[in-house]
Design a protein. Structure first.
Length: 417
């Protein structure tokens, strides 16, 4: 993308390697409007924190009603009606219909907080230290979550050794040549291998930051079977792939296994408000009171919007099987056509965590920049930013999705033509 123009004010730390050179003043649904009046379709959705678009009217109404009612806004771990309603609704709408029996922990405001809690819990429960994670994984920017992140660029600034974790090959690492986890079983069973039995394995079912790599469902099931057999806890990091992104509420639903621990954040509040959950099997609840906490774990406005999203979108399967399934078909249909038009291009991802991989690592960035010039916000991901990463709102209307895909198709044709 064009790296020459930055609109950040001088005092802001440069955090992203590139930026959209404009100032956004309005955001509604899947559209953001800039100060100069230009409208942009948003296929970025706050890096997956805005699955229901910007300022969804129903959520906005619930939020305004709540914050003008003098009910508690900040409550740490005290019980409030907003928190009670969320817990009840999450149980009734999400857990019970899926046959899931999880305890719900509020570990702090963000994705990295839920990962930290999951890693610490797994170590405490098993009494083991070592955690396995995967090549190209992304789990967060605090030191525990960074230690299981598989991106060396993100890790190199840490300056201190990140210990007690090792990376193992993700599903795509050998281009489908390894069929199972036999090699891992061998080293775990071999007392002379020097491989410590891990407390846990942490996995993303689709690696969003790592290049929109989707693991095969059968590979995930094998991983779960291996963990069960060796009493290793399986943590699914659903921070980005969860809350409907892949087409089901949890990204592991179709793979037919139940993780021991699940990390949820980004779109759980549905409104872009910070909120995170760590879900775990009840028998893993070994926390002493106060053993793991954080000041901002009682964000009541976020509980209110979260409850509203669950009631509106997940109380039955009409959204999942209707609008969401249709949106996925629209995006993937267009992506397949675009990929077919470029030598070496391929479609990646699952559901609306979708990607276009190009053989030439320069292409995705140029396509993103060209798309921006034509009114579309779309990101790149992967170790070399070689993948165009599409994350439109799950609620984006069909005509907007088609228009966005048209902008991408034209940009790809221009850049590769
Ligand atoms: N896990 C995954 C899979 C993520 O994609 C992210 C954020 N991109 C995180 C954890 C960290 O979340 P946060 O930035 O909210 O700390």
């Amino acid at each position: 993308m064009d790296t020459t123009v930055f609109t950040t004010i001088e005092s802001e730390v440069r955090s992203y390697s590139r930026s959209w050179p404009t100032v956004f003043t309005q955001a509604k649904g899947a559209v953001q409007t800039a100060e100069d009046g230009t409208e942009y379709l948003d296929f970025f959705s706050g890096a997956g924190a805005l699955n229901y678009g910007h300022n969804h009217p129903l959520l906005q109404k619930a939020l305004v009603e709540y914050i003008t009612s003098d009910a508690p806004v900040h409550s740490l771990d005290m019980m409030t009606p907003a928190k009670r309603d969320f817990l009840q609704t999450f149980s009734d709408v999400i857990l019970k219909p899926r046959g899931l029996d999880y305890k719900v922990m509020f570990p702090g405001p963000t994705g990295t907080n839920t990962v930290e809690a999951a890693l610490k819990l797994a170590r405490k429960v098993t009494g083991r230290q070592h955690i396995l994670s995967f090549t190209n994984a992304f789990h967060g920017m605090t030191l525990g979550s960074l230690s299981v992140t598989g991106n060396s660029m993100k890790r190199k600034g840490a300056g201190i050794p990140l210990t007690n974790s090792s990376k193992i090959p993700y599903d795509d690492y050998f281009n489908g040549e390894t069929e199972d986890f036999m090699w891992l079983e061998r080293v775990l069973e071999d007392s002379g291998s020097g491989v410590d039995k891990p407390a846990a394995i942490i996995v993303e079912t689709v690696q969003g930051e790592g290049g929109v790599r989707a693991a095969r469902l059968e590979w995930l099931k094998q991983l779960s079977d291996l963990c069960g057999k060796h009493e290793i806890l399986l943590i699914v990091d659903d921070v980005q792939a969860g809350c409907g992104r892949t087409g089901t509420f949890f990204s592991f639903e179709e793979a037919g296994f139940t993780p021991d621990i699940v990390c949820v954040s980004k779109s759980i509040s549905g409104y872009g408000l910070p909120m995170a959950l760590t879900l775990f099997r009840p028998e893993l609840d070994v926390w002493e009171p106060g053993e793991h906490n954080g000041t901002f774990r009682g964000n009541n406005p976020a509980f209110v919007t979260a409850t509203a999203t669950l009631k509106e979108f997940w109380a039955d399967d009409s959204f999942q099987k209707g609008q969401l399934a249709e949106a996925i078909a629209t995006v993937h249909g267009a992506l397949e056509q675009i990929a077919a038009s470029v030598d070496g291009a391929s479609v990646r991802g699952r559901g609306l965590l979708a990607g276009l991989h190009f053989a030439d690592t320069e292409v995705a960035g140029k396509v993103a920049a060209e798309s921006f010039r034509n009114g579309l916000l779309v990101e790149t991901s992967g170790p070399d930013d070689e993948v165009l990463k599409l994350m439109p709102a799950l609620t984006a209307p069909k005509d907007q999705l088609e228009r966005g895909m048209g902008i991408i198709a034209a940009a790809v044709a221009k850049v590769t033509g």
